[in-house]
Design a binder for this molecule. Structure first.
Ligand code: 5AD
Length: 353
């Protein structure tokens, strides 16, 4: 084994942040032995906090309207070719009911930044999910909002919030977004969410157009400093009809390596094996778990609209990706030594004794 790379891995494990050139060596030059060592260390770190548990979250993609125009995203405002939809509160509650019966104890409400879902509509929805499912966690993933709105949603009973920072490097952030979108707004939102009391998740795409290893190192540094409770990463995948439709997709291998690195940096976080990862590679979910992830988010959006939430092309929405395949997913996990549990699965600091 390359001793220098091993030293970098040990350095990460001990809570230090390697130099850029050492990160480069880790990402570009590790062979099978170094990669195996990284994975083993990540899996051992996860085991200390979570044993062999994998937490399932029911993902409800409740609106694909979006006022933003991110260059990479298939539901961006200027994408005129897609059919837009919004679930009704009744439909969303039905999803939760179905999810609850399947053993899910976290509901993730994800959507575009849809002005229709202002506080006058979203707050009562959160309140009614909170009332009907007192033993479940509610996670929101609905983009940038005011601090006041985040407070209202928290007070209504939301527990967690996912808002990927997308890129910690300013130039890269600006090359992925139109000029009205600001990295500082994003990070302000993240700090607001955390200070309000949300379990907060950030994250980024791997292999976004123009992204280099130093950019990824910036993302890791951001994660190290922000100390999120959750981190969502997945490979960039081109979406037809967007400015980046002809760009190459991100590497699943590098994504897996980053999952292990992030696990080693933050052993106690909730780290999903994302849909983008399983879109990019066969058995991506299982490979993600084997690399250090501990969360899977089966899609429980009604089948009639599931294919319309098309952030990127060829997004899988059947089988083990969704509600209908949960039993099979549990079996697959058991087959590799993991147990899918019916628990809220809070971050360890938030778990009530
Ligand atoms: N490929 C991969 N991930 C994407 N996202 C948006 N568009 C794409 C794409 N084309 C990710 C973004 C966003 C999350 C909901 O999905 O990181 O935050």
């Amino acid at each position: 084994m390359n001793e220098k790379i091993k030293k970098t891995i040990d350095e990460i494990k001990s809570g230090r942040f390697p130099q850029v050139q050492d990160w480069k060596a880790l990402f570009l030059y590790s062979g099978p032995e170094e990669s195996r060592y990284l994975t083993e260390q990540a899996v051992a770190a996860r085991k200390e906090y979570f044993g062999n548990k994998v937490f399932l979250r029911g993902l409800i993609e409740f609106t694909n309207y979006c006022k933003n125009n991110c260059y990479y995203c298939g539901i961006r405002r200027d994408h005129r070719e897609i059919r837009r939809y919004r679930l009704t509160p009744e439909q969303i509650l039905e999803c939760c009911e179905k999810g609850y019966e399947l053993g899910l104890r976290t509901f993730v409400l994800q959507g575009g930044e849809d002005p229709y879902w202002d506080d006058s509509r979203l707050v009562p929805l959160v309140a009614s999910i909170r009332e009907k499912f007192p033993d479940c966690a509610i996670t929101l993933s609905v983009g940038e909002r005011s601090r006041e709105s985040y407070e209202n949603l928290y007070d209504a009973g939301a527990d967690r919030y996912l808002l990927r920072h997308e890129a910690a490097d300013l130039d890269l952030y600006e090359s992925l977004h139109p000029e009205e979108m600001m990295l500082s707004d994003r990070t302000d939102c993240l700090f607001d969410l955390k200070s309000i009391g949300f379990q907060t998740g950030c994250g980024f795409m791997v292999g976004a157009p123009g992204q280099t290893i130093p950019h990824i190192v910036e993302d890791l540094k951001f994660i190290g400093q922000f100390c999120p409770h959750m981190v969502g990463i997945g490979p960039f995948l081109p979406a037809a009809g967007t400015p980046f439709e002809d760009q190459p997709g991100g590497s699943p291998k590098l994504t897996l390596k980053l999952l292990s690195v992030i696990r080693l940096m933050k052993p106690d976080i909730l780290l999903p094996a994302t849909t983008a990862l399983s879109s990019a590679t066969e058995d991506g979910r299982l490979l993600g778990i084997k690399a250090g992830a501990n969360v899977i988010m089966p899609n429980i959006t009604p089948e009639s609209v599931r294919s319309l939430y098309c952030l990127y092309d060829r997004k899988p929405s059947a089988g083990v990706e969704c509600a209908e395949g949960i039993e099979e997913l549990k079996e697959q996990l058991a087959g590799i030594g993991y147990e899918a549990v019916a628990e809220r699965g809070d971050h360890p600091f938030f778990t009530e004794e």
